[in-house]
Write a protein that binds this ligand. Structure first.
Ligand code: AMP
Length: 159
């Protein structure tokens, strides 16, 4: 069972874990791969969210998804990337969370995912929860748990 004290302290900080959508680097589903290639190179994030023009979450895009396409071509040039759009190569099988999200679930999901897109029921993208932000929260709890809760070790049974 998830520890109640930890759950409570994580919930208190839950809003801080999310990087809001307006400061998340993202790319449009209809953008050309050339545009996406230049953007990903510039922002230096491994993977970024893909949105439509109503801010609905559509998938994730990484540089590797684009360069995979380039490797399959004889002509290894940026011009070739004008022929395809982000929607043609993005990853669509993506785990997302809604807001407010269950902290326990987020901790499980972040084991295998460096970040989780936060998506509303109607598909609107609201931000991302990253491992880094959650690690900051865990660091805070590790330093402050005994300011809020009395911790005494359980006595071990002796024979
Ligand atoms: P971090 O835990 O900060 O290292 O972030 C993990 C991953 O989340 C990064 O590699 C990016 O793919 C993504 N990410 C973090 N911050 C942003 C951001 N502001 N815009 C877009 N993607 C981000």
């Amino acid at each position: 069972m998830f520890n109640q004290a930890i759950d409570h302290m994580m919930i208190e900080n839950r809003e801080h874990f999310m990087i809001p959508g307006d400061v998340v680097a993202s790319v449009g589903v209809d953008n050309s791969l050339r545009h996406a290639f230049l953007l990903l190179t510039k922002v230096r994030y491994a993977k970024i969210p893909v949105l439509d023009n109503q801010d609905h979450f559509k998938g994730l895009l990484s540089l590797a998804m684009i360069t995979d396409q380039m490797l399959g071509l004889d002509d290894f040039s940026l011009e070739a990337l004008d022929q395809q759009c982000v929607g043609d190569v993005m990853e669509t099988d993506v785990v997302t969370i809604d807001n407010p999200y269950a902290v326990e679930n987020v901790l499980h999901l972040l084991v295998d995912n460096p970040f989780l897109p936060v998506v509303q029921d109607d598909g609107t993208f609201t931000g991302i929860v990253t491992r880094r932000e959650v690690m900051k929260g865990i660091n805070y709890i590790a330093h402050n748990l005994d300011h809020y809760y009395q911790m005494t070790p359980k006595e071990h049974e002796t024979e």
